[in-house]
Write a protein that binds this ligand. Sequence first.
Ligand code: T46
Length: 185
Amino acid sequence: MNFVSTPISGLTIIEPRVFGDERGYFFESFNLNTFRKHIGDIHFVQDNESKSSHGVLRGLHFQKPPFDQAKLVRCVSGEVLDVAVDIRKGSPTYGQHVSVLLSGENKRQFFIPRGFAHGFVVLSESAVFAYKVDNWYAPTHDAGIAWNDAALGIDWQVDLSKILVSEKDGKLPCLGEMETPFRVE
Ligand SMILES: Cc1cn([C@H]2C[C@H](O)[C@@H](COP(=O)(O)OP(=O)(O)O[C@H]3O[C@H](C)C(=O)[C@H](O)[C@H]3O)O2)c(=O)[nH]c1=O
């Protein structure tokens, strides 16, 4: 299992060791011991899964404290462009993002600590997306920023006219229009 740092501290790409044989493949999709060694302790409490068709964009979401969530995300089948945006006031990378191609093929995972907005767009015909979170779902604390906030400069790598977002996501504010609940000292 390889842990690859990114230009934003804390955002980590994980490349699992895949064992292939004539039957197919096996890999450990999560190992707390290895995770603790390379990233630190974590207590995931919920696993989520969603399936989306080409051009569906889910995000950019976060939950406000005390229900903020760290996420370990992966694409089980298909391919997505996954994006995490640093929304921690005082962070030297505030407003910056990292994009990662996740797919059933590359089996790559992306760890996103608390304090980031997260989303993905489906690049393949469809994609099954699975992820672990370290805090419970809290609809009263659900929040987000606009996927098309020009100030973020995200290249979603799809024809923007084909993007399908939920009504809720279509109404999210730009980062500059909101008071982020996250800060680093
Ligand atoms: C997130 C969540 C949702 N739900 C219910 C609420 C709605 O009735 C339905 C769909 O929820 P939503 O439209 O918020 O789902 P996504 O747009 O995929 O939201 C997720 O998308 C981006 C990529 C994220 O990073 C977040 O984890 C999460 O916000 O599932 C639950 O019951 N539990 C949950 O944990």
